[in-house]
Write a protein that binds this ligand. Structure first.
Ligand SMILES: [Zn+2]
Length: 210
């Protein structure tokens, strides 16, 4: 799990998804009881396995690791508690998702690439970063979806693995960018729930079979 988390942390840095040392990612152990999270205030491109911190899902306390964990531990803990299906979480201050968060404007399904995430990406009410209040508002707005915007802050994407969560984060940021560009010219058309359901059905058979 640490290896997978580290791989995504390095991709996160290379993709320049979040400025400076902002953002944090985590991956849950298969037994579901603990998860590994990135440390606070460290450059993602330089991270080593020894820098990752293990957190107990039930208590939110540190299970192992020497670093100070990300300030958003409460957000990750509550998400894993309320969503047993979630195995990975990506939080980023990605630019175009953050733009929509400042406007309190959900990211609409202007492209089918948003289908895995939900019918749209809602916005959670504002709360200060790192607080239990933020964790509560974010998980409420997330519901059973796979992404949510944190008002005037950024994006959270979840998935059934850390790789899946990361792909969802990239999908949201790409659709946010597309939507933003479209809004410069007019009001982009939005795909219907029925069409997104059809796409989700087709996604099940997409790609290579091994
Ligand atoms: Zn943040």
């Amino acid at each position: 799990m640490r290896k997978q988390l580290l791989e995504i942390a390095h991709r996160f840095a290379a993709d320049n998804l979040s400025p400076g040392t902002s953002g944090n990612i985590s991956a849950r152990e298969p037994d579901g009881r603990t998860f590994w999270i990135t440390p606070s205030g460290m450059d993602f491109s330089q991270l080593l396995e020894a820098d990752l911190v293990e957190i107990d899902v039930a208590s939110g306390s540190i299970a192992s690791g020497n670093r100070v964990p990300s300030s958003e531990v409460p957000l990750h803990v509550l998400t894993y508690q309320r969503r047993p299906d979630v195995k990975g979480i990506v939080h980023a201050h990605s630019l175009f998702a953050a733009v929509f968060s400042t406007l309190n404007r959900p990211i609409k399904a202007v492209h089918y690439q948003i289908a895995r995430v939900g019918d749209e990406v809602p916005v959670a009410d504002y709360a200060t970063y790192g607080t239990d209040e933020l964790a509560d508002r974010a998980t409420n707005a997330l519901g059973q979806g796979n992404a949510v915007l944190l008002k005037n802050h950024g994006l959270i994407a979840v998935g059934n693995s850390i790789r899946d969560a990361y792909r969802n984060a990239l999908d949201v940021e790409w659709v946010a960018h597309l939507y933003f560009l479209g809004l410069q010219i007019g009001e982009p058309d939005v795909l219907t729930h029925e069409e997104l359901e059809r796409v989700r059905d087709q996604f099940k058979d997409y790609g290579q079979k091994f």
